[in-house]
Write a protein that binds this ligand. Structure first.
Ligand code: FE
Ligand code: FE
Ligand code: ZN
Length: 276
């Protein structure tokens, strides 16, 4: 069975996201842990979460994916930004223990001119100060497109972070198809080669989620502009190969394509038909 969902808004509550996913023919979804641009997180409604837990169990949901806010920059040299990232990570990990969710996706960060090595050091410091080893959540670093000074644009950078985290059994990766294509990994013509490279450098056992997006920009553009499935430079054929690939087909897929719920529902319908 294809495990697929899209990014949903948490504003109407957790059970509501579960119901919306079901209406869309999905069996998972992604959501922001807090306002993606701001900082403050709302108090959790435990009754609402309990209802989502039941709904997920009754309908055989795949793991759902929490996404950290964009304002979180663990690589920043500015202390106030770095401290906020540390606080938000600690707070999110605590809250996630209450949410029936075991995957948490973070953008590694931007070094804003200080260099990749400096940025990776800052990221690793936060992860080691915050992660206690007792979390039930797997923390996923997202593969990035390479715009600006983004860290996590190569598999080597992600590996460098992961291998320096003390409790790295809790660390994994989200592969964003649009981002890796922009970063220069040729998933269109050489998917096997890219997956072999991922396996050799990071290890495919760390790959826990896939952001399934087409790419509005060119291969190796280093830009981050998602297109609808089959409407960009990755194309439907390559996307169908990705969802059916022996090494990927059981991983949950999350659409972050520029559509609303109706549009995502149509994409899910199409992809389910093309899943063998
Ligand atoms: Fe993301
Ligand atoms: Fe993504
Ligand atoms: Zn993106």
């Amino acid at each position: 069975m294809l495990n697929i969902g899209s990014h949903l808004s948490v504003s109407k509550g957790y059970e509501n996201m579960g119901k919306t996913a079901l209406d869309m023919g999905a069996n998972t979804f992604q959501f922001f842990t807090r306002n993606p641009r701001g900082g403050q997180a709302k108090d959790l409604d435990l009754k609402d979460l309990g209802k989502l837990k039941v709904l997920m169990k009754e309908n055989n949901f795949a793991p759902i994916l929490a996404h950290a806010p964009y304002t979180m920059n663990m690589a920043s040299f500015k202390d106030n930004i770095w401290e906020f990232a540390k606080m938000a990570l600690a707070d999110d990990l605590k809250r996630l223990e209450l949410i029936p969710c075991n995957l948490y996706n973070i953008h590694p960060g931007n070094h804003t001119g200080k260099g990749v090595e400096y940025g990776i050091n800052r990221i690793v410091t936060i992860l080691n100060e915050v992660i206690t080893g007792n979390e039930t959540t797997t923390i996923l670093l997202e593969t990035m497109a390479g715009k600006g000074t983004e860290i996590g644009t190569t598999f080597e950078e992600l590996k460098m972070i992961i291998e320096n985290v003390k409790y790295n059994e809790l660390m994994g990766v989200t592969l964003d198809t649009c981002h890796v294509h922009s970063a220069g990994y040729d998933i269109v013509n050489n998917l096997d080669g890219v997956l072999n490279e991922f396996d050799e450098i990071i290890g495919l056992d760390r790959l826990k989620a896939i952001h399934l997006n087409d790419n509005m920009t060119e291969f190796r553009s280093k830009k981050d502009r998602h297109a609808g499935v089959g409407e960009g430079n990755i194309g439907l054929e390559a996307i169908v190969n990705i969802i059916n690939h022996q090494k990927l087909r059981d991983i949950p897929f999350f659409l972050e394509t520029p559509y609303d719920i109706e549009g995502h529902k149509r994409e899910i319908e199409v992809l389910k038909k093309l899943y063998k």
